[in-house]
Design a protein around this ligand. Structure first.
Ligand code: COA
Length: 158
């Protein structure tokens, strides 16, 4: 699917409200804590880069990245559930990897139960390099209070 990608470098309530909804749509099945409007403001104020994808005037996916000299970090990537498996995530990641700030290495954490995301990252050449025990907290539902391990994945292009 063709889509347009933009960078959110200043506070824009209309866009941030859509990012909050996409986060919920993409992650609610895991019962982690949802990201709030304030969480996005804090990310912007702390220098994280937010890329978002628009289709027909509507935000349909986004990624939060921390660019660093050694390893840039993908904090998260989320595609609205009705738009998944239509190359939105792939286009976002390709766009980020072609940006001037990306120096060739990525690192990220992903919940061990999130097999779709692990496959997604593997498709780009990310490798599993480690595990973080009890990294994600379940904040709702029957397993409230349980913790889930994370897989650490890395991509080295150079
Ligand atoms: C992970 C996520 C961002 C992928 O984005 P997407 O736009 O749906 O994925 P794409 O269409 O770009 O897929 C790219 C490749 O990823 C893999 N992939 C994506 N979805 C997959 C699925 N449901 N099952 C298996 N592989 C999948 C495939 O290899 C796919 O390539 P292919 O379609 O040519 O086989 C999206 O599924 C999502 O928002 N998930 C919920 C939130 C999340 O888990 N985020 C990552 C945690 S950090």
């Amino acid at each position: 699917m063709k889509n347009n990608i933009f960078i959110l470098n200043k506070i824009n309530g209309e866009i941030i409200n859509q990012l909050v909804n996409i986060y919920f749509s993409a992650f609610s099945k895991f019962y982690f804590r949802n990201w709030s409007f304030q969480d996005f403001i804090d990310l912007i104020n702390n220098g994280y880069s937010i890329f978002y994808s628009i289709d027909n005037h509507k935000v349909i996916g986004f990624a939060v990245v921390s660019f660093n000299k050694d390893f840039s970090e993908i904090i998260t990537i989320a595609v609205e559930s009705n738009y998944q498996r239509k190359n939105i995530g792939r286009n976002l990641l390709n766009y980020i990897m072609s940006s001037a700030e990306f120096e060739g290495n990525f690192i990220l954490d992903v919940a061990i139960i999130n097999t779709v995301a692990i496959k997604f990252y593997e498709k780009f050449g990310f490798k599993k390099i480690g595990k973080r025990h009890s990294y994600y907290l379940i904040s709702e539902g029957d397993n409230l209070g349980h913790k889930i391990d994370a897989v650490v994945m890395q991509l080295r292009l150079y």
